[in-house]
Design a protein around this ligand. Structure first.
Ligand code: N01
Length: 577
């Protein structure tokens, strides 16, 4: 039992005071900062990186790019920003997305409120003054009524269990902690462990370098879809920008927040079920979707995650495409995903990945058949042989969803540790708050659509909901906001019920924590769709912040302790982006 009091954890000495402290200057933190500052709150944001962008700051590995059209994967809150920013490619690469993050920071004068190169190590709630005190790794402290954790769903690397990793004599890099300096691949023997989105993008880019040899260590073959990336088409950009408002609004009410743009220069996407189609009609439909490219393919198959027949048909079609693109039938076979539904694991948008296997200087190592036993000073040792390497790249994923929240020492009422609260998996109300941790909000965390949605759509909704709530609190003298215990239980149960209805529930992936030994198995995102989620939050707000306990300085309590689902059927959607 924890017998310490809040005061035990209060740091001594100088304390900077704010209305709000934000942890993280990624896309969520930056918009939160802007919105609250515009509303007149004093705000300080702390960021571990040296620049803004969060995920798009850290994941600067070769080939990193988004897999949603950049015109959509961008902020919608400023109409001027939307119109003035010019993307150079259909799917922007990391350097351009990072430039965009920096542009936003400058354009909205955010830097003066951000402390870079500073990690928040602990956050302690003081019940007496309804405020949080944070301490940084630089020894600084700050106090604020509200604490907003904009810490991201993909910010803590999963550290794979690879004995001897620290003994490797060459250069070793995690894709999600890629160094700021250039990495020279010329004449090098390079190994990449992991074939998720990061591994596939890295491998494609590294293969384009003047390497000596590239070894790709694959444990599970994933479903791939070509992105058909290309330079931005001026007609498409013009048309898209002309229809921005309608596009954004429609996307907000979809399942995963993505929408195939309805612009003439792009053509049309036929949408609907495919389980009833046969023969040429089925083939024609799938070929049409294939040419559309990217994850939009999946928006065109409405029964993908609800009909096993539809799912199997699409899977077979994708498997056939691998055989058409990879010349060596044995290699094609190894690259063929089997044993799971398409969409269950993250589908990967690629641009020329499969073709690299037609080259003599690229090898696929099947580490399911020949497992990695150790990393030696010289390279990777599998059961059957050793692969000498100069550079080892770990594209081994993240401690998804919960990793970043659990990394910080967060203590709520009565000194309760947040790590204890989530010991059996994340419990939240709307993914935004946890009972026992008043005045602390979380953005794009488990329990919200977050990592299974177009995350900028989720982020903007969260930021607007939370800032409206803080304004409401300021206007009505509320000093403490806390998620009700019953509301939290009801929401967590609802999110779990919704996940159980989807084929997703069968997945043994990062989405349920399966990639981290000992991590509790909980579906890490709300699968009811961004539209229903938004509708729910709107109703919560309109019902006087149902499910939240709102306390004024003199002890008056409003809001409510409970929440009940409105009865809408969640749209259990399929594709992740
Ligand atoms: O990570 P992952 P990621 N030995 O967990 C393998 C987003 N993202 O960084 O599948 C051998 O998907 C592991 O193998 P297996 C996106 O949302 C987006 O690629 O467990 N292999 C797997 O192949 C995505 O969902 C973009 O059998 C080991 C890989 O490492 C999320 O980030 C780009 C191993 C991990 O794949 C995470 O993607 C990049 C071991 N010991 C990322 N341990 C966009 O395009 C792990 N693996 C927007």
């Amino acid at each position: 039992m924890n017998t310490s009091t809040d005061e035990d954890h209060q740091p001594q000495g100088h304390i900077d005071r704010y209305d709000v402290i934000i942890v993280g200057a990624g896309f969520a933190g930056m918009y939160m900062l802007h919105r609250l500052r515009e509303a007149g709150f004093s705000v300080r944001c702390f960021e571990a990186g040296s620049g803004p962008g969060g995920t798009w700051y850290w994941n600067r590995y070769p080939g990193a790019r988004c897999d949603i059209h950049s015109l959509a994967y961008s902020y919608s809150f400023s109409k001027d920003l939307e119109q003035e920013w010019e993307w150079t490619e259909l799917y922007a690469a990391q350097p351009e997305i990072e430039r965009y993050a920096n542009h936003v920071a400058d354009r909205f004068d955010l830097r003066r409120s951000i402390t870079f190169d500073t990690r928040i190590e602990s956050c302690v709630y003081n019940e007496a003054d309804h405020a949080w005190t944070v301490t940084t790794d630089k020894g600084g402290t700050g106090r604020a009524r509200y604490l907003i954790m904009a810490t991201g769903g993909y910010s803590v690397p999963a550290k794979p269990q690879l004995p001897g990793l620290e003994t490797f004599k060459g250069e070793a890099y995690y894709t999600n902690q890629w160094p700021l300096h250039e990495v020279d691949f010329s004449g090098k023997r390079v190994g990449i462990i992991g074939t998720g989105s990061s591994g596939v993008q890295t491998a494609t880019a590294v293969a384009a370098e003047p390497i000596k040899h590239l070894y790709i260590f694959q444990r599970t073959a994933n479903f791939l879809v070509p992105g058909w990336n290309r330079p931005a088409d001026p007609d498409y950009t013009r048309e898209f920008k002309a229809g921005y408002n309608a596009f954004r609004e429609e996307a907000r009410w979809t399942g995963n927040g993505t929408l195939f743009p309805k612009v003439k220069s792009l053509g049309q996407l036929t949408t609907g079920p495919i389980a009833h189609l046969e023969g040429d009609a089925l083939k024609a439909r799938l070929e049409e979707l294939w040419v559309t490219g990217g994850l939009y393919f999946f928006g065109g198959v409405s029964d993908l995650m609800t009909s096993e027949v539809a799912n199997e048909r699409v899977s077979d079609f994708f498997r056939q495409k691998i055989r058409e693109r990879v010349r060596d039938p044995k290699l094609a076979d190894l690259l063929t995903p089997r044993g799971f539904f398409i969409g269950e694991r993250r589908i990967i948008a690629e641009n020329g990945y499969l073709e690299i296997f037609n080259r003599p200087d690229v090898s696929l190592v099947d580490v399911k058949a020949d497992p990695i036993e150790a990393i030696t000073p010289d390279g990777v040792k599998t059961r059957d042989r050793t692969y000498p390497l100069d550079i080892l790249i770990l594209a081994t994923g993240f401690d998804s969803g919960t990793g970043a929240m659990l990394k910080v020492d967060v203590r709520g009422k009565n000194g309760q540790q947040f790590r204890d609260k989530w010991a059996d998996g994340p419990v939240t109300y709307l993914g935004l708050m946890a009972n026992g941790f008043p005045n602390m909000f979380m953005l794009a965390q488990p329990g919200s659509p977050s990592i299974r949605s177009q995350v900028l759509v989720s982020i903007e909704q969260h930021v607007e909901f939370v800032s409206d709530m803080l304004l409401h609190a300021r206007n009505t003298g509320i000093v403490e906001i806390e998620a009700g215990r019953e509301a939290e239980e009801a929401w967590t149960a609802h999110a779990s019920d919704v996940a159980a209805k989807s084929l997703f529930a069968r997945s043994e992936t990062q989405y349920v924590g399966a990639n981290i030994p000992g991590k509790p198995r909980v579906y890490l995102a709300y699968l009811g769709g961004v539209g229903l989620y938004r509708k729910t939050c709107d109703a919560v707000r309109d019902n006087g912040y149902e499910g939240f306990r709102l306390r004024t300085a003199n002890g008056t309590v409003s809001g409510s302790e409970t929440w009940s689902a409105a009865g809408d059927t969640p749209r259990v959607w399929g594709t992740a982006v």
